[in-house]
Design a protein around this ligand. Structure first.
Ligand SMILES: Nc1nc2c(ncn2[C@@H]2O[C@H](COP(=O)(O)OP(=O)(O)O)[C@@H](O)[C@H]2O)c(=O)[nH]1
Ligand SMILES: [Mg+2]
Length: 643
């Protein structure tokens, strides 16, 4: 079965796996709620809520994965007026979006495949309402008069383009619109929630933007680093050679794994060519039609006199007006279109490259989604482990034992104090001494579950007058004893209950931990994932990668020699295995060297380092040389992917 077919059909086995995973996630969610309810005053509410939230996120993603297998969400972002909407028009070969010089697009449109062209407005309650093209063009744009209060609406555009069979396109308002701050928020939200891949559009005729763009991409990439990023440098038709070269060398030097592909493009050239092709096809069919009907056909072509069609100079970037007159027995028809220059034809090649890139993307869909879910699962395991560490399952966490213990201690000390006062001063007024205690008990009566008859009984034990100190001490004892006894009894039963609860919740907690562990185990090791990866990131810009990999491999050889020596020394002289820390120190120096000598992006080096030191339960004690090998293997893979 071809890969394509696999992506589109859900295999039963795969379906079973997903169902099991979903069940596990639901388990985590309900267990968190359950355990959370166990704890008195919800000490660990925050911790369990955090785990629950993350599990829910993975659950939703997993579900999305299940339902939306065949298609990849491609979000088109970039500054306003860089040509995002124009690129969608070029990709679909039709004027589907409104395109203007001012910030135009005000809302999100999702372009999906449909047998016929239909447009829907998605209302806030999720219901769909079909609207006309006119209404769409009007309501998806910023109106100059009410720029500030633009309604954030969401549209679905169904269109019969083969491209949309594999890809869902998202048009966004974009960044940097000085008039409307919500544009940026809306754009970021779509990016965050939807993007399986990003098309970043930049106006190549404005080279001054690159530095800001780079910063923006770096920030955005923190959210989504491991999805494909494609940079489209648009409007090449109006950019000077010099500007194009400046921008290209900027990205050659600064790409550092930010973009998987960089494509010089012109939405305008593509649209112009598409229009010409369409006009030509139309003329052709008219001519053939007329000839078949044995009509007389006469054709005349006229071009713009001021810009002659075949004059070499400057025609490369200029287009001309062409008028074709078709005369038949039935009458005269005139077709008008603009020609395109040589450079525009080259730009059309870029369009083909972009379409190829999309094809590659849709082949990787499965892996992209899988990676995204794996990453989320990893985060879930991290969040869970971090939070579960804080949870203590001791009897005190369930019952107010600590407080009761303190009250008892306090009452005992009050009794002691009363006794010593009487001994020191036999004339001391006992009623005055116990009054404070009675006030205290009265205040805490409810909390300590003290019966009012019990307090009354104690109160009665203290009389107005006593003949001697012994009687007074006896009265003090009679006053305190029933209350203390009562509270001690309470403490005992609370402790028993707390113990029972702790045992119970402890078991639930263990079950939760086991589930988290099994989710952790289900996360495929990254080596397995990358080996399945198709090597599709053939970048147009860079030839640096081959040379770089050659250099990395030669350093690998040298470092491996050192690592083998270190292994030898450890096992023969010290008779022990290397520790993670030792390997980390060793590789940190290697990393430093690679960064300095080969100028490899630190981000990639760190990723490889983390991978190499990743604890694998099947092989808990890798040697220096094994760790070095996996570091370099992974690094080469990353370079292949990112340069
Ligand atoms: N010359 C030229 N103009 C373009 C190109 N792409 C878009 N434009 C123009 O740039 C302006 C903004 O385009 P639009 O698609 O609305 O940009 P968006 O805001 O990013 O969606 C419009 O006037 C377009 O006609 C291109 O490739 N070449
Ligand atoms: Mg737009």
């Amino acid at each position: 079965m071809s890969k394509q077919a696999q992506t589109n059909n859900m295999l039963p086995k795969e379906e079973q796996r997903l169902t099991r995973e979903l069940e596990k996630l639901l388990d985590v969610i309900s267990m968190c709620r359950d355990i959370n309810n166990d704890f008195r005053r919800q000490q660990f509410r925050k911790e369990f809520e955090e785990i629950e939230k993350k599990a829910l996120e993975v659950f939703k993603q997993q579900l999305l994965h299940q339902e939306n297998r065949g298609k990849i969400n491609l979000t088109i972002i970039g500054n306003f007026s860089s040509g995002k909407s124009s690129i969608i028009n070029a990709l679909l070969g039709d004027d589907v979006c409104a395109v203007k010089v001012n910030p135009t697009t005000s809302s999100i449109t999702r372009f999906i495949y449909g047998e016929e062209e239909r447009i829907f407005q998605i209302l806030s309650d999720g219901t769909k309402k079909e609207i006309s093209k006119e209404k769409y063009l009007e309501s998806s744009q910023h109106k100059i008069s009410n720029m500030e209060k633009t309604e954030v609406a969401f549209f679905e555009y169904q269109y019969p383009s083969p491209l949309l069979e594999n890809i869902i396109l998202y048009d966004t308002p974009g960044f940097e619109n000085p008039e409307n701050k919500t544009d940026e928020i809306v754009t970021k939200t779509v990016f965050k929630e939807k993007a399986d891949a990003v098309l970043f559009v930049q106006d190549i005729s404005k080279p001054s933007l690159e530095e800001t763009t780079k910063k923006r991409i770096e920030t955005l990439k923190k959210e989504k680093a491991d999805i494909p990023w494609i940079l489209v440098l648009n409007k090449a038709d109006i950019a000077s050679e010099e500007n194009i070269n400046t921008v290209l060398s900027f990205w050659k030097e600064n790409n550092n794994g930010l973009f998987n592909k960089v494509i010089v493009y012109s939405a305008k050239a593509v649209r112009d060519l598409q229009t010409i092709e369409r006009a030509q096809r139309e003329i052709e069919s008219k001519i053939i039609d007329a000839l078949l009907k044995k009509k007389t056909v006469s054709i005349s072509i006229e071009t713009d006199k001021k810009k002659p069609l075949f004059k070499k100079k400057r025609t490369s970037s200029r287009s001309q007006k062409v008028e074709i007159k078709l005369e038949t027995d039935e009458g005269t028809e005139i077709f008008e279109y603009q020609t395109v220059g040589e450079r525009d034809k080259k730009l059309f090649e870029a369009h083909k490259k972009l379409l190829e890139t999309f094809k590659e993307l849709s082949l990787q869909k499965e892996e992209l989604l899988e990676r995204r879910i794996q990453k989320l699962k990893k985060e879930l395991v991290e969040v869970a482990n971090k939070n579960l560490e804080k949870v203590k399952v001791s009897p005190e966490e369930f019952e107010p034992i600590q407080e009761l213990k303190e009250t008892l201690k306090f009452l005992n000390s009050l009794q002691e104090e009363a006794r010593s006062t009487v001994i020191r001063n036999p004339r001391a007024d006992l009623t005055a001494i116990v009054k404070d205690v009675l006030d205290y008990l009265e205040r805490k009566r409810k909390l300590l579950k003290l019966d009012s008859t019990l307090i009354k009984k104690s109160k009665k034990a203290v009389k107005e007058a006593y003949s001697n100190t012994r009687d007074k001490l006896e009265a003090i004892r009679d006053f305190f004893t029933p209350i203390i006894n009562h509270l001690e009894g309470q403490l005992k039963s609370l402790e028993a209950r707390g113990k029972e609860q702790a045992k119970h919740t402890g078991e639930k907690l263990q079950k939760l931990k086991d589930t988290i562990n099994s989710i952790n185990k289900s996360i495929q090791t990254p080596q397995k994932q990358t080996s399945r990866k198709t090597k599709s990131n053939c970048i147009i810009l860079n030839t640096r990668d081959l040379e770089l990999i050659r250099q990395v491999k030669s350093i690998w050889k040298d470092v491996l020699k050192d690592a083998l020596a270190a292994d030898n020394e450890l096992s023969h002289k010290s008779k022990r295995k290397s520790t993670i820390l030792e390997k980390w120190i060793f590789l940190k120096d290697v990393k430093k060297f690679l960064k300095k000598e080969l100028k490899i992006d630190e981000y990639l080096l760190d990723k490889a380092l983390k991978q190499a030191l990743h604890h694998d339960p099947r092989d808990p004690y890798p040697t220096f040389s094994e760790t070095v090998n996996s570091f370099f293997e992974y690094l080469v893979e990353l370079i292949n992917e990112n340069y």
